[in-house]
Design a binder for this molecule. Structure first.
Ligand SMILES: NC(=O)c1ccc[n+]([C@@H]2O[C@H](COP(=O)([O-])OP(=O)(O)OC[C@H]3O[C@@H](n4cnc5c(N)ncnc54)[C@H](O)[C@@H]3O)[C@@H](O)[C@H]2O)c1
Ligand SMILES: O=c1ccn([C@@H]2O[C@H](COP(=O)(O)OP(=O)(O)O[C@H]3O[C@H](CO)[C@@H](O)[C@H](O)[C@H]3O)[C@@H](O)[C@H]2O)c(=O)[nH]1
Length: 460
């Protein structure tokens, strides 16, 4: 029977036992796992982060975060110095060593369908189960399709050594890149799916810090916990596609979507967040998570959810086409041999993550249509070059803008939104700009001599 309670008060069964000095292993030290491992050490636990990628492990062990995440390098250094935090490639040793094993490995989209690739989750979970030498708890944090955890329970039942007990529960993660440390240490909510009295007590011990701050704990069954995560992302994606659809109406009707979004946001039932119209959502989460949910909903016969998410995805991808079309239009119908400056490569500011980056998607599409595209991003230059080596990369916004026929502002880094239009007009061959994130003031740019276009705003 499903057990759903939302409470901040620990309601722990009297017979529940929590091992003293819990040891925590974290499988996968990517964007989620590295942050989780460091944060668990910050909460006072002994932590071992393990990954199959030896370069990542070596970097983390040497105090270097292999990606850009504000605040994480400082916390990593601090926790390594305490001796509580270690990193290793020895996946089996981590299973023998830990009491609580967090699964934080990737669940990317399959190459051949919209489904999530669960191979990494299955591999990591099996490794833990096979190598346990004492009772343990496996805690899934990766984002998975509903039904995965139940299958994993069956999988591990046949793998765990005799005499050892293992429980598996799901504790989805809601952190945002760029704010990952704060989101992990001070989450909005803690969702625990499929606990029993013993594992609930252990998880309340793990999260004693945030719980003491008043973070609500939602205790529920496995499928609900799995679905909370993907539904949250699906809702956020839907909100973005809603405002982008309305942006199209604004353009056709001569209205301004940025003012409209502010006005909508004053209604507390709606809220202003995730109503920034523009190039749409990308990254390692929203796109693949709505597609996996679409796929799973179809499998389960929940066709309405699948149809809704299909629309959300189509509106989102259409925004990229819209910016490509706008660029062609701004340049008189063709981009062939024209010089285009792209400001932004990361899928959003404050990260170097370029997974499914709308900015790079547009940059690459324009390049393939014969344009000379120069990209600048304050943090994502290296990750962008690794994925799209044929594009040119500048070392500053000014260098990227120099001599270009049109500037595209595709990721709203603060240093782009605070650029001086008058100074920049002097280096651009033809001062034309497309603000695909709705963060520049059209009046200010037009006054400085720029031909200005924006999504969901009246044409120049
Ligand atoms: N990135 C985020 O902001 C975020 C937030 C919430 C949830 N999630 C979810 O968390 C999961 C991980 O996402 P990510 O962005 O950290 O991915 P990532 O690709 O950055 O990291 C995954 C890591 O897992 C490692 N790995 C693969 N197989 C392994 C194994 N068997 N044992 C140990 N390590 C292994 C990989 O080498 C890699 O370093 C995904 O399910 C994602 O949807 C991500
Ligand atoms: O008004 C908005 C807000 C966001 N975006 C875009 O939406 C994408 C996603 O942004 P955000 O949600 O901030 O980034 P993520 O770090 O991918 O975080 C999402 O995905 C994570 C992984 O599942 C979840 O844990 C987080 O709760 C969820 O916000 C980015 O491309 C943004 O540019 C918009 O276009 N308009």
């Amino acid at each position: 029977m499903s057990k759903t309670t939302a409470t901040t008060v620990a309601a722990v069964a009297a017979d529940a036992t929590v091992p003293a000095g819990l040891k925590i292993s974290v499988y996968g030290t990517g964007y989620l796992g590295a942050t989780h491992a460091v944060s668990m050490a910050e909460l006072g636990f002994e932590v071992m982060g393990v990954d199959t990628d030896a370069n990542k492990v070596a970097a983390l062990a040497a105090g270097k975060v292999p990606f850009f995440e504000p605040g994480l390098p400082e916390l990593l250094e601090k926790q390594l110095a305490t001796g509580r935090l270690t990193f290793s490639t020895d996946l089996e040793e981590a299973a023998r060593w830990g009491d609580v094993h967090f699964i934080c490995v990737g669940t990317p989209q399959m190459k051949t369908s919209h489904a999530a690739n669960l191979g990494y989750v299955e591999a990591a979970t099996s490794t833990v189960a096979k190598n346990l030498t004492k009772n343990g708890v496996i805690v899934g944090k990766s984002t998975v399709p509903v039904g995965t955890a139940a299958r994993l329970r069956e999988l591990i039942a046949g793998l765990t050594p005799e005499g050892v007990e293992v429980d598996l529960l799901w504790n989805p993660e809601f952190l945002r890149e760029g704010k990952a440390v704060d989101d992990t240490l001070h989450p909005d909510r803690i969702v625990l799916g499929g606990t029993n009295a013993r594992t609930e007590a252990i998880m309340r011990e793990v999260y004693a810090g945030p719980i003491a701050e008043g973070t609500p704990v939602v205790v529920t069954d496995l499928p609900t916990a799995e679905l909370v995560k993907v539904s949250a992302n699906a809702f956020l994606a839907t909100k973005i596609s809603f405002i982008n659809a309305i942006a199209g109406v604004c353009e056709a009707a001569g209205a301004d979507v940025t003012v409209l979004a502010d006005a909508l946001g004053h209604d507390v039932r709606i809220g202003r967040q995730f109503l920034d119209a523009g190039l749409g959502f990308g990254g390692g989460c929203l796109p693949k998570d709505i597609r996996a949910l679409m796929h799973r909903s179809n499998e389960l016969g929940a066709y309405r959810a699948a149809a809704l998410l299909q629309q959300v995805d189509e509106i989102n991808m259409g925004q990229r086409e819209r910016v490509i079309d706008m660029t062609m239009e701004a340049l008189g119908g063709s981009v062939l041999n024209r010089r285009i400056c792209v400001l932004g490569a990361a899928f959003k500011p404050l990260t170097d993550d370029v997974r499914d980056s709308p900015a790079l998607n547009v940059a690459a599409a324009l390049h393939l249509r014969g344009a000379q595209v120069t990209v600048f991003d304050p943090e994502a230059g290296d990750t962008a070059r690794a994925s799209f080596p044929t594009l040119s990369y500048a070392t500053s916004a000014e260098e990227a803008v120099e001599g270009t026929d049109v500037v595209l502002m595709l990721t709203e880094w603060k240093q782009f939104t605070s650029l001086d239009p008058a100074a920049l007009a002097k280096v651009a061959t033809s001062p034309r700009i497309i603000d695909a994130r709705g963060k520049l003031d059209p009046a200010e740019w037009r006054a400085a001599g720029w031909e200005f276009r924006g999504l969901g705003r009246t044409a120049a």
